[in-house]
Design a protein around this ligand. Structure first.
Ligand SMILES: Nc1ncnc2c1ncn2[C@@H]1O[C@H](COP(=O)(O)OP(=O)(O)OP(=O)(O)O)[C@@H](O)[C@H]1O
Length: 646
């Protein structure tokens, strides 16, 4: 890698063809011989080869239309017979009804006469849910996990509860603590340290934390724990007999932008709701709606959904939101980017969900542009704002490299990277392209060169997308070529390298893309191919590299200089010309308490969102002072164009 880097750094970027001849194109014979990728075998814990049963299991899964990643290879518990019913064991009407009508199933507890009765432990299920410690398809925390403690945290709001330092009961429910231990989580990440007591104190929360730093647990732990303690809401008589109305009445609703993300959150929720009265369901578009309805009819206490499909099911009268105690919006900025705002507003304000004072709302977002602030103003009450690290910053667990590569050299350089030491042996590599077409072309190219590659993008069917992800997770495809559809939230263990074959045009996407590696305290590498076509992000890319103490190649400065001399110049897209959502000054907040000093000025770099106006002492936050700082020019309506490249 280092030789290659040297070559790249020394490349002539003055528009002449490079003299660099990639090793694989030289007559060394490697290209002729073809590459025989080394691949670790990933067997199921029970010793069955995953390949063997995959298709059969996958198809049967599809025919049930269950949704989610059940075939993703973490033991594949729908593929093997004995456990096929585990996820179908949901009793109708959720935990409330268990007490009267249904015998609990494996791993499902019940709520009886105001008491939580957890199910007995089940060894096989635990193996399915939590895996073995050495199983690489389960994320384990890495050597830098303790470094999260050094990340500056800022908490703003009235009467902020003290953070916790360990997973203990109280404030957490005992069962949740047991499930956290089964997941081998030894201590909370910063976002979890704060979110757990904040939610326990019945407060609303708006939060932002670095990629891979445990935001999912940040909302799942407190929501599940509080629900375990409080139990389900009784169904009112006026609703009629729910056994004939076949409606689901979830207690908690989690909205997230993509099918993959909701499926992943659903999987996590099953781990942490194990043995409890809470039954999880997932619904998303692109999968058979009738199968999802049948599952909902069997009971749903925690619903993870994409906004579009949830609206559909609400319109069909299959779900009532009247019992919602917790509303979580994950990746809120991405949902707005994707044009989901009308659906979200309809779900929250236009159906039967309790009002803002009768539920708790948690909003997680990487950026805080104007429309997110509007949403927060309408959906949250006197909330606490939590930020872990600088908003939009990258984790220092990721080593970022930028190579100058002209478009027509990208394939060659990619092959070089893939052939460099250990690349195809040690971990998984995620390669991002700018377009769906390029994702297919590149995956085909890599396969033709003998590399185990799969592709995922928005034009692929749901089954194809799940299959590609599954192959990647299980290591059967060690390379996944993806569009931005895989940029956010996906938590795939053992991704050691992210390659931006095409850099994104939005620097926030860069942050999320590279955040697929270096998660949970593990280290990772992100390599980006840069050329003059990427000049729109050059300044913001340099800012990001600087902030996270990475090397800055000279060519970035050259292109910045060139561009600032040209008509219009170059501006940082960070909080400036394109999005304006990053950073953001937040004047006028009430009390402020940081776990460590936040460095004050870093919030003011962006010049984008003004986070002002929320008076600490008022019963409700007053309208944020949006500040009109000119940071939002392109932010308004990206959904249609975005979906083209997804
Ligand atoms: N307390 C913890 N101890 C150890 N590992 C943890 C802990 N909390 C979360 N993890 C693991 O860290 C990984 C990243 O967590 P998660 O996916 O929630 O990150 P995230 O902050 O939501 O990232 P992104 O911004 O990319 O969505 C997951 O594999 C999760 O299981």
């Amino acid at each position: 890698m280092s030789d290659l880097n040297q070559n790249m750094q020394n490349m002539n970027i003055n528009g002449q063809a490079s003299s660099y001849v990639p090793p694989h194109a030289r007559s060394s014979g490697r290209a002729d011989q073809g590459f025989v990728p080394q691949q670790r075998s990933y067997n199921n814990y029970d010793g069955n080869n995953y390949d063997g049963g995959y298709n059969q299991g996958y198809n049967s899964y599809q025919s049930r239309g269950r949704g989610g990643y059940q075939s993703r290879g973490r033991g594949g518990y729908n593929n093997r017979g004995g456990y096929n019913n585990y996820n179908n064991y949901n009793n109708r009407g959720g935990g409330y009804n268990n007490q009267k009508f249904s015998a609990p199933r494996f791993g499902e507890g019940k709520w009886v006469d105001g008491k939580h009765i957890p199910a007995p432990r089940n060894e096989k299920l635990e193996l399915e849910l939590y895996g073995l410690p050495e199983d690489p398809s389960f994320q384990s925390s890495g050597i830098n996990f303790d470094n999260y403690d050094d990340i500056p945290v800022e908490v703003v709001g009235k009467d902020v509860p003290e953070p916790i330092t360990a997973f203990t009961s109280p404030p957490l429910d005992e069962l949740l603590v047991e499930n956290v231990k089964l997941s081998r989580f030894t201590k909370p990440t910063p976002v979890q340290k704060y979110s757990i007591p904040i939610v326990a104190a019945k407060r609303d929360l708006m939060a932002c934390a670095q990629t891979g730093s445990g935001k999912t647990g940040g909302f799942l732990f407190p929501v599940l724990s509080q629900s375990f303690i409080a139990g389900p809401a009784p169904i009112e008589q006026s609703e009629g007999n729910i056994f004939t109305s076949n409606k689901a009445y979830p207690t908690a609703l989690i909205l997230a932008p993509t099918r993959e993300l909701v499926s992943q959150i659903f999987d996590e929720s099953k781990k942490f709701s194990y043995r409890s009265w809470m039954k999880s369901c997932v619904v998303y578009g692109g999968a058979d709606v009738n199968s999802q309805i049948r599952l909902l009819e069997r009971g749903c206490d925690l619903l993870v959904a994409t906004p579009g499909r949830l609206n559909d099911l609400l319109e069909r009268g299959k779900i009532s939101l009247r019992n919602i105690k917790f509303l979580v919006l994950d990746e809120a900025d991405r949902m707005l980017d994707m044009g989901f705002e009308p659906q979200i507003r309809h779900i929250v304000q236009g159906c039967d969900m309790p009002g803002v004072h009768d539920r708790q709302t948690l909003l997680f977002s990487a950026t805080f542009p104007k429309d997110i602030q509007m949403l927060a103003k309408d959906f949250l009450k006197e909330y606490i704002f939590l930020s872990v690290g600088r908003v939009g910053s990258t984790s220092e667990n990721i080593t970022q490299k930028v190579l100058y590569v002209e478009d027509d050299e990208k394939k060659s350089v990619l092959l070089d990277l893939l052939n460099s030491d250990g690349e195809m042996i040690n971990g998984l590599t995620l390669i991002f392209t700018g377009t769906k077409k390029m994702a297919d072309i590149l995956a085909d190219f890599l396969i033709s060169q003998g590399y185990p590659a799969a592709a995922i993008h928005g034009d692929r069917s749901q089954a194809e997308r799940e299959r590609a992800l599954d192959m990647f997770r299980t290591g059967r495809a060690r390379l996944l070529v993806a569009t931005a559809v895989a940029a956010r939230g996906l938590d795939i263990p053992n991704v050691t390298h992210v390659i931006n074959y095409d850099l994104p045009t939005d620097i926030d996407d860069y942050v999320h893309r590279i955040g697929r590696t270096g998660r949970a305290g593990n280290t990772g590498v992100a390599t980006s191919f840069f050329n003059r076509n990427n000049r729109n992000v050059v300044k913001s890319l340099k800012d990001i590299l600087e902030e996270s103490n990475q090397d800055i190649p000279d060519f970035l400065n050259i292109v910045i200089r060139e561009s600032s001399g040209s008509k219009g110049g170059i501006k940082s897209t960070r909080g400036g010309s394109t999005r304006g959502g990053r950073g953001g000054s937040r004047g006028g907040l009430g009390s402020s308490r940081g776990a460590s000093s936040y460095g004050g000025n870093s919030w003011n770099n962006g010049g984008g969102a003004s986070w002002g106006g929320y008076g600490g002492g008022s019963a409700r936050p007053s309208a944020p002072a949006y500040g009109n700082q000119g940071g939002y020019s392109n932010y308004g309506n990206p959904s249609s164009s975005q979906q083209q490249w997804w």
